[in-house]
Design a binder for this molecule. Structure first.
Ligand SMILES: [Zn+2]
Length: 377
């Protein structure tokens, strides 16, 4: 692609130079005598100068960062850069506030500080145009807790969901403080006029380069379906927060990315598929739902039919995740951050390229752990 573009530019430059060289009225001595030709010369010169500097092809970049294993939640953080220089994040990776830790974060790690800020600084990015948060779990908004106090963030976007139940058992197995913490962060952004609530059916006019559509959840959010097969620790305060992840379809030119958050297999089948316009799920690049840990429902696989999938999960789980086989059966090229490191996609809107930091798919793992059934935090 790059070679073709270079040749194309070269031929344009050649043509412009030939026109200038062989049109006698444009030769410099002539110009001194023919003042009328000056404006024409100026216009042609500017055109010529523009063509000599090879125009950079407008590209959109999409990077899924590798989140390290701090023995708590898999984590997801995606950095997007548009041709006009805007920076959008979808989730901000893991961080858990920890009073006993020397820097206030569990395992002295905050993905906002230790991964995202460094990634942005490397690219000379000094402010963030907006951050989409898929749902209120620390492995998705933990990084925001540091970024919001250390980086200018123009906008926070989420679906506005707050889990509430009068049944105490619905909260078993989750940390209510985590959910409440995110509600406070949302209010902080809302109070300074930097918050946008978005639900299914909306097309967000945030960036002239991107078509951003909200696929789910609906305005009234998904409620608990009657499923009897869930593990006991997968209570509504856990799976409903996952099910109500902000699902986005992002299109640059012809290339479509689908970002479903952490919605789990049962909720894709029972809540998403009956509700969604299936034609909106078709994509080139799928961020595997729920870190790719769970199986991909057949109907969802058929509707999305991605060429490429990316699962964000650390090496300990990377080879045991169940989405890989399901997606490969569809012919999808699968990437897992725990095996490939940062997964980076660049596209000109027609074609795209995937590059990774490494490839450990054939390397024998140091240890493999089968993810627990309710592991997708
Ligand atoms: Zn998660």
């Amino acid at each position: 692609m790059k070679t073709i573009l270079y040749l194309h530019v070269q031929s344009l430059v050649g043509r412009a130079y030939a026109s200038w060289h062989f049109i006698p009225s444009l030769r410099v001595p002539m110009l001194f005598r023919t003042f009328a030709a000056l404006p024409l010369f100026a216009v042609l010169s500017l055109t010529f100068l523009n063509l000599t500097a090879p125009a950079a092809e407008p590209t959109f970049s999409f990077t899924v960062l590798e989140i390290p294993d701090i023995q708590r939640g898999a984590g997801l953080a995606i950095v997007m850069r548009t041709p006009s220089g805007k920076t959008w994040l979808y989730d901000t990776g893991t961080a858990h506030p920890e009073k006993l830790s020397s820097d206030g974060w569990l395992a002295n790690f905050n993905a906002g500080r230790d991964l995202i800020a460094q990634h942005l600084q490397k690219e000379d990015i000094t402010s963030i145009d907006g951050i989409f948060i898929s749902h209120a779990h620390y492995d998705h908004f933990g990084g925001l807790l540091w970024l919001k106090d250390n980086f200018p963030i123009k906008l926070l976007i989420d679906c506005g969901y707050i889990f509430h139940s009068d049944v105490e058992a619905d909260y078993l197995g989750t940390n209510k403080g985590e959910l409440d913490h995110y509600t406070r962060v949302r209010e902080e952004f809302r109070s300074r006029g930097a918050y946008l609530c978005a639900t299914a059916g909306e097309t967000l006019k945030l960036d002239p380069d991107l078509k951003i559509e909200v696929i789910a959840p609906p305005k009234t959010w998904f409620t608990a379906p009657h499923i009897t097969t869930r593990p006991k620790n997968d209570t509504p305060s856990h799976f409903l927060v996952n099910a109500n992840s902000l699902m986005l379809r992002i299109q640059f030119g012809d290339i479509v990315f689908l970002l479903p958050g952490d919605i789990q297999t049962e909720d894709i089948e029972a809540s998403l598929m009956p509700f969604v316009d299936k034609s909106k799920l078709k994509c080139h690049i799928l961020v595997a739902p729920g870190h790719g840990i769970h199986p991909i429902p057949k109907e969802f696989g058929a509707a999305t039919h991605p060429e490429v999938s990316i699962a964000s999960v650390f090496p300990r789980y990377a080879k045991g995740i169940r989405s890989t086989k399901d997606l490969q059966a569809l012919g999808t090229k699968t990437y897992v951050t725990g095996l490939h490191g940062n997964v980076h996609i660049t596209t000109n809107g027609k074609t795209y390229q995937v590059t990774t930091d490494r490839d450990d798919t054939t390397k024998p793992p140091a240890s493999v752990t089968k993810p627990a059934p309710a592991a997708a935090k």
